[in-house]
Design a protein around this ligand. Structure first.
Ligand code: 5GP
Length: 212
């Protein structure tokens, strides 16, 4: 573990089209204390996506082998494809003191929160459903059928936002990125993440008390 202590694990979720990807990119580019986990998926690459940067692209069979090997921190099926978080990267970066960010959907977020209750959960949303639809359409990379499925999925996901710690509206990328950064940095000072400091203060108090 570094002098900075163990990093914070943060899950960022949001409706498809909420701009999560862009916010994550800005967050990583703007600060050097973050490490963004790269997921594995059985989805086919979109134009411009790169192996090992956007995702580790797998066949369904390869993905199922990773599940059997217990190589994933969590995984879920989302609109007919598997998505999952490789374990090793997350733990090694947190031990180095990095704040690790996972950009994952809701089922995965709930699995992580159950296993690691100290995880910070942030949900991003566009300002309105209409804006969400426009962003998905404007992306031009998905068929109308897939867009319809993603909109349906968004209305199911809306029911679970209450289980997150923060809801942040993405109406401006810079403001949204700043709010995400502030939420993560504030989490460093919550009592549950300050266990080491608390122990040190307790020891020091005992020592001073014993010398008086
Ligand atoms: P997309 O196909 O648009 O890249 O991603 C679809 C959804 O899968 C998004 O909501 C994204 O956050 C989520 N996702 C990406 N990686 C993971 C992962 O490792 N685990 C889980 N549970 N969801 C993921």
């Amino acid at each position: 573990m570094s002098d900075a202590g163990r990093g914070i694990l943060t899950v960022v979720s949001g409706f498809a089209g909420s701009g999560k990807g862009t916010v994550m990119k800005k967050l990583i580019e703007g600060h050097d204390n973050y490490a963004l986990s790269v997921s594995a998926t059985s989805r086919k690459p979109r134009p411009g996506e790169e192996e090992g940067i956007s995702y580790f692209f797998k066949t369904r069979e390869e993905f199922e082998e990773m599940i059997r090997q217990d190589a994933l921190l969590e995984y879920a099926e989302y609109v007919e494809n598997y998505y999952g978080t490789p374990k090793d990267f997350v733990f090694s970066k947190m031990d180095e003191g990095k704040d690790v960010v996972l950009e994952i959907e809701l089922q995965g977020a709930m699995q992580i929160k159950k296993k690691y209750p100290d995880t910070l959960l942030i949900f991003l949303t566009p300002p309105s459903a209409d804006e969400l639809y426009k962003r998905l359409k404007g992306r031009g990379t998905e068929t109308d059928e897939v867009i319809a499925k993603r909109m349906k999925r968004a209305s199911e996901e809306a029911l679970c936002i209450k289980d997150y710690d923060y809801l942040i509206i993405n109406d401006n990328i810079d403001d949204c990125t700043r709010r995400v950064h502030e939420a993560i940095q504030t989490a460093h000072h919550t009592v549950r993440h300050e266990a080491e400091l608390i122990e040190r203060i307790k020891t020091e108090l005992k020592e001073i008390g014993g010398n008086k």
